[in-house]
Design a protein around this ligand. Structure first.
Ligand SMILES: C[S@@+](CC[C@H](N)C(=O)[O-])C[C@H]1O[C@@H](n2cnc3c(N)ncnc32)[C@H](O)[C@@H]1O
Length: 312
């Protein structure tokens, strides 16, 4: 089967320009994917610059090694960007990053490779893990989760109106030993369980998105990363986050708002100390792809880029 190995980077020029790359700076790309953004950052880095390349997906990391393994400026880490703060602390690099980029969600190869199980358009095993070296597959989760848990996940992460019906259908199939084994079988189960279909949207779209977000702990990882982000950045360091989902974008927006306001108190600080200053400053407004980019790359459609700068 033909496998797409390419990923067209979204908001490439905008995100890289937002990082205001300094030739000798230290940067992190927390979502390497296939390296579109990383390559553009490296073009701006001199010999003394450094770029950490991080991804949960072993295949993304294999590409990072192939493309940039021989580049002395690159440091490659397999893992979640949620661990960046701990990794940086272990290396004595807290407060030293001049820029961090997150381009959230799934890559085109993840969606296009049937055996990853992310897409109901392609027949594949029910996997949906970004990190195929650990954690539960979608099939394993559906075989143990309660109807309540499934319904909650579909509601919270997919905003699925028919979450209960879908969850009950899954559990019914499970009780009858007919739990779907493949992406298409799950998509059909959902299509049958949903009484009203939205126009221009497959009835399983929300279910697949929700299960993916849940299994990969996408919101938990983002929240953990954001908690440590200010500790990672050097004064003047930039944080650029591209989100594809309103739940993620809301988290990023609130985080930047809170940390840019004088009234924000870090957890555990009950009263604002004299002279407490905001830690971040918002840079520009939220940016979305223009019409041309959305036409050329439909996956860019829902992207939003938010940028902030670490204050001294
Ligand atoms: C949209 S793609 C990034 C594409 C990349 N900017 C490029 O130009 O090729 C998102 C990537 O982030 C990775 N990813 C998602 N959540 C992650 C996390 N918490 N930690 C590390 N990588 C993550 C996915 O495995 C995927 O490869």
């Amino acid at each position: 089967m033909a496998q797409a190995q390419t990923h067209r980077p979204v908001l490439l020029a905008e995100a890289v320009s937002a990082l205001a790359v300094k030739a000798d700076g230290l940067y992190a790309d927390g979502t390497f994917g296939r390296g579109g953004h990383a390559a553009a950052i490296l073009e701006r880095l001199g010999d003394r610059g450094r770029l950490w390349l991080v991804d949960k997906d072993p295949r993304a990391i294999a590409t990072a090694h192939e493309r940039f393994g021989a580049d002395a400026r690159c440091v490659i880490h397999h893992g979640s960007f949620a661990q960046l703060r701990d990794l940086a602390e272990a290396e004595g690099l807290l407060g030293r990053f001049d820029g961090i980029l997150l381009d959230l969600g799934v890559s085109s190869p993840q969606l296009d490779e049937a055996e990853r199980g992310f897409s109901f358009m392609r027949e594949g095993p029910l996997d949906m893990r970004m990190d195929t070296s650990s954690g539960m597959t979608a099939k394993e989760w559906l075989s143990v989760a309660s109807a309540e848990e499934i319904a909650r996940v579909l509601r919270e992460y997919g905003e699925e109106r028919f979450a209960r019906r879908i969850a009950q259908a899954v559990v019914r199939h499970r009780d009858e030993d007919r739990l779907p084994e493949t992406t298409r079988a799950l998509a059909e189960l959902v299509a049958e369980a949903v009484p009203k279909h939205e126009r221009h949207k497959h009835p399983a779209t929300r279910t697949f998105q929700a299960i993916r977000i849940h299994l990969n702990r996408e919101l938990e990882d983002l929240s953990r990363f954001l908690e440590g982000a200010c500790d990672l950045l050097a004064p003047g360091g930039r944080l650029a986050v591209i989100s594809f989902h309103s739940l993620e974008d809301r988290m990023v927006k609130r985080f930047i708002q809170q940390r840019s306001s004088v009234g924000y108190l870090p957890p555990g600080v009950p009263v604002a100390p004299e002279g407490l200053r905001p830690t971040l400053q918002r840079v520009g407004k939220a940016l979305r792809p223009d019409e041309q980019e959305t036409r050329d790359n439909p996956r860019a459609r829902s992207a939003v880029l938010r940028v902030a700068e670490r204050l001294a």
